[in-house]
Design a protein around this ligand. Structure first.
Ligand code: CP
Ligand code: NVA
Length: 314
């Protein structure tokens, strides 16, 4: 199997990845999935390698899918919580990165503040992969675009509408990757909760080269017409508990329910990175309904992360 050019790279927020890099990861994910279902459970391209996974926040999908992905590539993953490392007692991120990279071949980390991932990648001599920060969730977006590719056969030119919290980390990654892939991205969010300017600037610049577009609007009902994908995420992300009440109040008109899906039309598929707060950002009938692809989306985290590990880990 030939895997080109990404060896040794960090995956921090995808701004430094080209359209071709992203498509290569997606296509490699699809290949791993196909081979898995053809009976090749283990493809040991990373045999003998070790991956450290550091979690500063809870995780179901990221933790388990990276652990299984490593196993299916012949590597071993070690899952660690921030506070059980000396990090919790004040050892610096730099010293931790320098030490871990003498033991392991790659580091996956989920952190509260994005700067911590940047700091890890600065001092690590093995690839650092962002498993979610407050700013972005790049491995989620890669899995999601793999899912869209599978379901729709393309990404370029599709209308992808995110309804809800415009400051959301998953949305930021969907914007960064989707703009490179030529998607038409629409964000329906309240004015008080708009995407980060830094992220938007990067996404707009990428869209100029690919024919993609980015539109930010107030009204979800107008936004969803003719959509290929309707995407939402929780209104209160991990770490935002103190502002929960205010966000819920701002977002109450932004629920994805059957009325909104009807306005979107039958072509629209429903996506959510999960975990969902059922009854808040999405109703049961939508997430469990015929247009929902959330379980395929969750599964694809495994296959796309095999691609990421196989391509990046030397
Ligand atoms: N979507 C996602 O990253 O889920 P977890 O928080 O369970 O890892
Ligand atoms: N926006 C959510 C995503 C969880 C995968 C959060 O940060 O909590």
């Amino acid at each position: 199997m030939t895997l080109y050019n990404l060896k040794g790279r960090h995956l921090v927020w995808l701004v430094d990845y080209t359209r071709e890099d992203i498509l290569h990861i997606i296509e490699t994910g699809i290949m791993f999935k196909r081979r898995y279902y053809a009976g090749e459970r283990v493809i040991p391209v990373l045999s003998g390698r070790t991956i450290a996974m550091i979690f500063e926040k809870p995780s179901t999908r990221t933790r388990v899918s990276f652990d299984v992905a490593a196993w299916q590539l012949g590597a071993k993953a070690i899952s660690l919580s921030w506070n059980e490392l000396q990090l919790g007692r004040g050892e610096t991120i730099g010293d931790t990165a320098r030490t871990l990279s003498r033991y392991v071949d790659g580091i996956v980390a989920r952190v509260r503040e994005h700067g911590k991932i940047v700091e890890l990648s600065r001092y690590s001599r093995v690839p650092v992969i962002n498993g979610l920060s407050d700013l972005v969730h790049p491995v989620q977006a890669l899995g999601d675009y793999m899912t869209i590719m599978e379901k729709k056969g393309r990404i370029e030119g599709l209308k992808i509408v995110f309804v809800g919290d415009g400051t959301d980390n998953v949305l930021h990654s969907l914007l960064l990757a989707g703009s490179k892939l030529g998607a038409h991205l629409v964000v329906a969010s309240p004015r008080e909760l708009r995407p980060s300017k830094e992220i938007l600037d990067h996404a707009l610049e990428a869209a100029r080269d690919t024919g993609g577009t980015i539109e930010i609007v107030d009204n979800p009902e107008d936004a969803v017409a003719g959509a290929d994908i309707i995407y939402t995420d929780v209104w209160v992300s991990m770490g935002q508990e103190a502002i929960a009440e205010k966000k819920i109040e701002l977002l109450k008109q932004y629920q994805v329910n059957s009325r909104l899906m009807e306005k979107a039309g039958s072509r629209a598929l429903f996506m959510h990175c999960l975990p969902a707060k059922r009854g808040q950002e999405v109703t049961d009938d939508v997430i469990d309904g015929p247009q929902s692809i959330v379980w395929d989306q969750a599964e694809n985290r495994l296959h796309v992360q095999k691609a990421i590990l196989a391509l990046l880990i030397p």
